[in-house]
Design a protein around this ligand. Structure first.
Ligand SMILES: [Zn+2]
Ligand SMILES: [Zn+2]
Length: 141
């Protein structure tokens, strides 16, 4: 299975092969600062599953943390991140733009991570891990 995604202007194209390692909404402060979103909805991929046509891409590494992002030189959209585990993360916005193949049911997050650090509350049935997915779950009072 593979899917081709592109940035908003179409100059950066990424082919994703196989299945993501994880699909999550991340509420951690690092993602919030680095990606400029209240929560980061993304799929995580083994780097071998990701091929980027990169002539128009710029990258930026976090000055302190092991985070890197790639963005389109023309439209500025973040197309790919690399987390501290070396996984590539693809924002869900990229996938949903594709249409049928990028449908929510196929790529929807299966969990919330670092919910302890959230700045938005989410009312859904997904597991909400206070930290990473090997840790404790949030339970509403
Ligand atoms: Zn672009
Ligand atoms: Zn995060």
């Amino acid at each position: 299975m593979s899917i081709r995604v592109a940035c908003l202007c179409g100059k950066v194209v990424i082919d994703l092969h196989g299945q993501p390692v994880a699909r999550a909404n991340c509420h951690c402060a690092s993602c919030r600062d680095f990606y400029g979103v209240a929560m980061f909805s993304a799929t995580a991929w083994d780097p071998a599953s990701v091929q980027m046509e990169a002539s128009e891409v710029r990258t930026f590494s976090h000055p302190e943390k092991q985070l890197k992002k790639a963005f389109c030189a023309t439209c500025g959209e973040v197309v790919l991140g690399t987390n501290r585990l070396g996984m590539h993360v693809v924002p869900n916005a990229m996938l949903h733009r594709v249409g049928e193949e990028g449908s929510h049911s196929r790529w929807a997050p299966t969990m919330h991570l670092y919910y302890r650090q959230r700045v938005v509350d989410v009312l859904d049935e997904l597991p909400k891990y206070l930290d990473g997915w090997d840790g404790a779950l949030y339970s509403p009072e």
